[in-house]
Design a protein around this ligand. Structure first.
Ligand code: AMX
Length: 432
């Protein structure tokens, strides 16, 4: 057994026993109440699942196993320019411990050894029109790997429930190892005429992904390390994570549950917002006829968007009530690595203009930028302007969190998810 799996197994067994004992003793304890607005308002704030890998605070933002993004940047083993390696975050999410450099290097090697993508995935992708949306290609690519599922095979052979987590671990590790190759293949076939770039197995997971996309720029590698770290997890209730959890709770294997989650990420109110942000900025620049719009011009364009009854992409959040620390981390990166970018200056001007305007609407609960407000401008700076691909990058990163959480869920023996729905007549009856 590899050392990560060994460490996880020990921690998981302890927590499994602890949670069962807590459940037995305190199972009837009331942990919250549900209001009518929560039932009709997208279940905001209703506590209904255990998600070990991260927790979101409305003011502070995300914490991975208790560590904030600035702490993660400081503590996790990093690349040559100091940006954290996502391999380290995966280790942390599974074990709760900050890994050593040696442990992270071993994980990089482990993923390299699992990264070969079955030929049928490329054949399947090649049968699709090249202009099929990259997120559609991504979920089809993931599903084309499903026949390799170890969980699926072992379940059919009669695997014991106590072994479920082990098979999910193996599938998750294989999936994470292969996703950069699948994603880069989609990018190169959609936008670079199918000229594919062979992996460089001397590189870490992010740098190799950057390489296969078409860039060996050291700064871009650093951006990918940061990007793939900060997008990895945002607790369990967001649409993509929750979908993975829900589908996984039926004992559908990690390929199927992850693909389902990616279809949720592809919605414009969720992960597709990163493409919508840059599209909106490009359209603004075109309409205004300048690459350096003033704050007054931006204000007018924002007003036009709101008057057309559309949302300002990249702003607002269902849980957060302050600027997203993932936005701040990307801004810090831009300040450190990028000088003189009109597009990034524009993103920062939008940050000055939009919050007071959303606040003035009187209904927006969070007027601040989220993770998607900044990422596109960074990618464009390094030559990746094909924005319909951006959500695939988000998805590759999100695999780390949702699959790590999925391993935990199976190790803790969580049951089939089945919350309660009600009819409008039932609601009216309750109010009588
Ligand atoms: N622009 C304009 N109006 C907005 C808005 C925005 N950015 N954010 C919220 N509102 C509106 C809502 O549409 C809603 O209007 P309605 O009552 O007329 O339907 C009202 O403000 C109240 O919404 P809320 O409670 O503040 O937000 P929510 O929890 O319902 O939705 C979110 C959250 C993210 C879907 C919403 O803020 C939004 O649509 N933002 C733009 C899209 C976006 O950036 N999504 C990415 C989120 C992060 C991610 O998942 N990657």
């Amino acid at each position: 057994m590899d050392s990560l799996k060994q460490k996880f197994a020990e921690k998981a067994l302890t927590l499994y026993k602890e949670l069962r004992a807590i459940g037995k003793e305190h199972g009837d304890k009331v942990m919250g109440e549900v209001t009518l607005s929560q039932i009709t308002g997208g279940a905001r704030g209703i506590k209904m699942m255990v998600w070990e890998t991260s927790q979101l605070d409305a003011q502070e933002g995300i914490r991975f196993r208790g560590y904030s993004i600035p702490e993660i940047k400081k503590l996790l083993p990093s690349g040559p320019q100091g940006e954290p390696l996502p391999e380290g975050l995966f280790w942390l999410m599974l074990t709760g411990e900050i890994p050593t450099e040696e442990e992270v290097n071993a994980l990089t090697k482990d993923w390299q050894s699992r990264a070969e993508v079955p030929q049928q995935v490329y054949t399947t992708l090649d049968s699709l029109p090249a202009d099929t949306h990259p997120m559609t290609q991504f979920t089809i690519g993931i599903m084309a790997m499903q026949s390799d599922s170890i969980f699926d095979r072992r379940y059919a052979e009669g695997m014991a429930k106590t072994d479920h987590w082990d098979a999910v671990y193996e599938d998750s590790m294989n999936l994470i190892a292969r996703l950069p190759r699948v994603a880069a293949y989609i990018y190169r076939r959609a936008f670079k005429g199918g000229e594919h770039i062979a992996p460089d197995t001397s590189l870490d997971w992010s740098a190799n992904f950057a390489h296969m996309l078409g860039s060996d720029d050291e700064d871009f590698r650093s951006l990918m390390r940061l990007y793939l770290t900060i997008h990895a997890d945002h607790e369990g209730g967001n649409a993509s994570a929750h979908t993975v959890n829900l589908v996984g709770s039926t004992l559908s294997d990690p390929y199927r549950s992850f693909a389902a989650g990616m279809n949720a990420l592809a919605g414009p109110l969720h992960g597709l917002a990163n493409q919508e942000v840059i599209k909106w900025i490009f359209e603004m620049i075109e309409e205004l006829g300048t690459k350096t719009p003033t704050k007054e011009q931006i204000q007018q364009y924002v007003q036009e968007t709101l008057d057309a009854r559309k949302v300002i992409p990249g702003y607002g959040h269902a849980v957060l009530r302050e600027p997203d620390p993932r936005f701040t981390a990307q801004r810090r990166f831009a300040e450190e690595y990028i000088k003189d970018s009109d597009l990034i200056e524009t993103v920062w001007k939008i940050f000055d203009v939009v919050p007071p305007m959303l606040e003035a609407l009187g209904k927006v609960k969070n007027p601040w930028p989220n993770v998607d407000a900044h990422s596109g401008a960074l990618l464009v700076h390094y030559g990746f302007s094909e924005y319909s691909f951006y959500t695939v990058l988000f998805g590759v990163s999100r695999a780390l969190g949702v699959l790590a959480a999925g391993i935990w869920t199976r190790a803790l023996g969580m049951p089939l998810e089945r919350p309660k729905s009600v009819t409008s007549d039932w609601i009216k009856d309750q109010l009588k």
